[in-house]
Design a protein around this ligand. Structure first.
Ligand code: B16
Ligand code: MG
Length: 218
C-alpha cells in the first residue's frame, strides 16, 4: 500500500503570522531610523529570521557587529512573541480546520514544515498542535528553504516516501523546496507569484474535498 503524507507550511498557510513579523521588523527598523514597508515584508515570507535581519539591514544600509546582530535578532523575536501571545483559534485561516479534519478522520499522516522557530507555541495557541504527527521547523534544519531539507526530514519522520508527499506552501522558496524534494507542491496564494507550484489555490476555501481525496493514494 502506498501511503500519502501531507506537509503544511505555517505562516501564510495555517495562520497569517506575517502581519506580526511585519510589525516586529517595522519596530526594529524604526528604532534604527529607517522605514520598512509592507511591500518589503513580502521578501521575508518563508525566509529564516537570520536572513530576514540581513535583508533588513541591507534595506536600511546599517552595518552591525556580530554581537549587535545577535541582540537585534533577540529583540525582534521578543517583540514578535508579544504579538503571538494574544493569538487564538479565531486566527486560523479559512477552511484550514476543515482540511485537517478531513485528513485526520482518514488517518492520513500530517506534518508541519516551517522555517519558524516559534511554530510549536503558535500551533498550541491556535489549538491545532494535536493534528500534527510531527513538527519540523527552524529548530530542526540546517539549510533554509528553497533547500528541500525541511520537507525531506518531515517525510522521513512521517515514514512516507517523499514522492508520496503533498506540500501546502505560500512562499516561492517553499514551493521550490517542495519541488526539489520531488513532492506535489500546492501553492496557497497568488498563482502568478507561485507559478512553479503543481496546483494553485487562493486559499483552502477554493479547494474541494474531491480534489483533496484525489491526492490521496491508497
Ligand atoms: P521565526 P513559515 C516563516 O514561517 C515566516 O514566513 C518568515 O517570515 C519568518 O522569518 C520565518 O518563519 C522564521 O520565523 O522568527 O518565528 O523563527 O512560512 O516557514 O511557516
Ligand atoms: Mg509560509
Amino acid at each position: 500500500m502506498t501511503k500519502t503524507g501531507f506537509i503544511f507550511d505555517l505562516d501564510g498557510v495555517i495562520v497569517d503570522t506575517a502581519k506580526y513579523h511585519y510589525l516586529a521588523w517595522r519596530n526594529l527598523a524604526e528604532e534604527l531610523g529607517f522605514e520598512f514597508t509592507e511591500e518589503q515584508n513580502e521578501l521575508f515570507k518563508g525566509v529564516s529570521r537570520k536572513r530576514c535581519l540581513e535583508i533588513l539591514l541591507e534595506i536600511g544600509n546599517v552595518k552591525a557587529t556580530q554581537e549587535q546582530f545577535d541582540l537585534w535578532m533577540i529583540e525582534k523575536n521578543e517583540d514578535y512573541l508579544k504579538y503571538i501571545e494574544k493569538m487564538d483559534a479565531s486566527e486560523i485561516l479559512p477552511d484550514v480546520a476543515k482540511v485537517l479534519d478531513y485528513l485526520k478522520e482518514r488517518n492520513i499522516p500530517i506534518a508541519l514544515g516551517s522555517a519558524s522557530k516559534n511554530a510549536k507555541p503558535i500551533l498550541e495557541k491556535v489549538k491545532l498542535l494535536s493534528y500534527f504527527d510531527c513538527i519540523v521547523d527552524g529548530n530542526n534544519v540546517t539549510k533554509a528553504k528553497p533547500d528541500p531539507e525541511v520537507f525531506l526530514i518531515a517525510a522521513e519522520k512521517l515514514g512516507v516516501d517523499p514522492n508520496n508527499c503533498v506540500v501546502f506552501e505560500d512562499a516561492v522558496a517553499g514551493v521550490e523546496a517542495a519541488n526539489a524534494a520531488n513532492m506535489v507542491s500546492i501553492g496557497i496564494g497568488d498563482s502568478a507569484i507561485l507559478s512553479e507550484a503543481k496546483h494553485n489555490f487562493i486559499d483552502f476555501t477554493e479547494m474541494s474535498l474531491e480534489f483533496l481525496s484525489g491526492l490521496i493514494k491508497n
